[in-house]
Design a protein around this ligand. Structure first.
Ligand code: FAD
Ligand code: SF4
Length: 427
């Protein structure tokens, strides 16, 4: 297996114009457009499919970009089997329209033909700070700058994009696609400050003093959860998100081991297992505590995992990691539903059992629940002028949902600033 080609090349092929129009022609042109209702970010697939079907490719591409500034990214990572494609009326006849692939075709057309759908707007309104450059922060920034606000995004890391750049593997989401869409947002006038951790370098009070009239916390969930079993201190016990970040930032130039076990059943677990396999490790296994139908990962990703012959041991929870000379040597698990047990040879154990937030109180004294999720009402926190969106608040933990949050939070921020201006009568 050629490591560079399999890990670095985008997995899914782009539709040809003929196939795209043919696929769009399967659309039943439903009156109530269930696909559009099921898209969290209101990208309006019914409208862009209809335009494409009637050969208005430019109009179709415009619909996507106007509604979803990260349309090209969503066209690669959306779990459509639980959103737009799940709602497609053709599900009841044969199979849903391949909406994500059509969206990818149209965003590729937009780029190839050099279209500029969104133009910069003069920044005449208040200064707004956004903390975090993941999809929720990016989407909010684009909406606000298009509304005439002066927007600055503060990012603690060197690269922008949050988990888009640091988590989702290249074979599903090439960095060039992320860079293109972020450049688009920069060209709209958003200012970015990287290597700037709010709560460490500066805090929210400093931002207010610098004249930012509203602040959006869009910091996501940055830490991999771990469990407390014997052997966690051994070399070779890894955190899933850190593993993927390292693989992505080194273009796959990492030490993968020979016998790898991934613990978990979500997208991150699948990405860890697939990445390891594509990078040349023959013995990769997933261990998951529930049954396969309960796995939260996208069904298409589970199918891909199976096509790579990666076995999934279901119904087991980790019991102990046994070491040799300070490194992982064997892994033991016990049955969740019976008294079964499992013992496997391993030199790497990758934990991908969910993420948790950094202590939010370092950033602001906002109300949070016991999982560090920020409590909001219409995206507003308990602190005047401070809003929150994305993975750090309640909701689906997906890119398209983060885009929705960014758009919706932008509306609430604009409403708030308008109200403030009306109260002061200074507009
Ligand atoms: C490996 C992996 C694979 C995934 N695959 C998919 C997928 O296929 N499809 C899908 O829809 N979703 C997927 N997701 C989930 C999706 O990426 C997240 O739901 C989404 O990125 C959340 O966006 P966000 O903007 O809330 O936060 P994030 O993407 O986490 O971005 C938050 C940003 O804030 C920055 N930040 C944090 N604290 C500070 C601070 N104090 N100061 C300044 N900056 C700060 C962080 O560095 C980060 O850049 C995946 C996630 C992972 C980890
Ligand atoms: S953004 Fe995602 S959920 Fe919405 S229509 Fe496009 S592929 Fe479907």
């Amino acid at each position: 297996m050629d490591k560079k080609n399999t890990y670095l090349n985008e997995r899914e092929k782009l539709l040809t114009p003929l196939l795209a129009i043919e696929e769009a022609s399967r659309c039943l042109l439903c009156h109530d457009a269930p696909c559009s209702k099921a898209c969290p970010s209101a990208t309006d697939p019914a409208k862009f499919i209809r335009s494409l079907r009637f050969r208005n490719i430019k109009g179709a591409a415009e619909t996507i970009r106007e509604n979803n500034v990260l349309g090209g990214i969503c066209a690669r990572v959306c779990p459509t089997s639980k959103y737009c494609e799940d709602a497609c009326s053709r599900c009841g006849i044969d199979k849903p329209i391949e909406i994500r692939k059509l969206q990818r075709y149209l965003t590729a057309y937009e780029k190839a033909t050099g279209m500029t759908v969104l133009e910069p707007v003069e920044a005449v309104k208040e200064k707004i700070a956004i903390i975090g450059s993941g999809p929720s922060g990016l989407s909010a920034a684009a909406s606000l700058v298009r509304d005439g606000y002066k927007v600055t995004v503060f990012e603690q890391k060197n690269k922008l994009g949050g988990w888009l750049s640091y988590g989702i593997p290249t074979e599903r989401l090439p960095q060039s696609v992320i860079d293109d869409e972020i450049r688009y947002i920069k060209d709209l006038g958003v200012e970015f400050k990287t290597n700037c951790k709010i709560g460490q370098n500066i805090n929210i009070d400093d931002l207010k003093q610098q004249g930012f009239k509203a602040i959006l916390i869009a910091v996501g969930m940055q830490n991999s959860k771990m469990i407390n079993i014997k052997g966690m201190e051994l070399n070779g016990v890894l955190k899933g998100t850190e593993y993927l970040s390292e693989a992505k930032s080194t273009d796959g130039d990492i030490d993968i081991g020979e016998h790898v076990i991934v613990i978990g059943g979500g997208d991150v677990a699948i990405d860890c297992a697939v990445t390891t396999k594509l990078l040349g490790c023959e013995d990769v296994k997933i261990v998951y505590r529930r049954t396969i139908d309960k796995m939260p990962a996208d069904i298409e990703e589970i199918k891909h995992l199976q096509s790579l012959n990666i076995p999934i041991y279901t119904g087991f929870k980790p019991e102990e990691i046994i070491g040799k000379d300070g490194s992982v040597n064997r892994f033991k698990a016990v049955g969740m539903f019976d008294d079964a047990s499992l013992e496997l040879v391993a030199d790497r154990i990758i934990f991908a059992i969910g993420q948790e937030a950094d202590p939010i109180k370092n950033i602001a004294d906002v109300d949070v629940n016991d999982k560090q999720i920020i409590s909001i009402c219409d995206y507003q926190t308990n602190i005047e002028g401070v809003f929150a969106a994305g993975d750090i608040v309640e909701g689906d933990k997906t890119v398209v949902y983060a885009v929705k949050h960014g758009k919706d939070a932008a509306i609430e921020i604009a409403n708030y600033l308008n109200e403030m201006a009306n109260v002061k009568g200074d507009r």
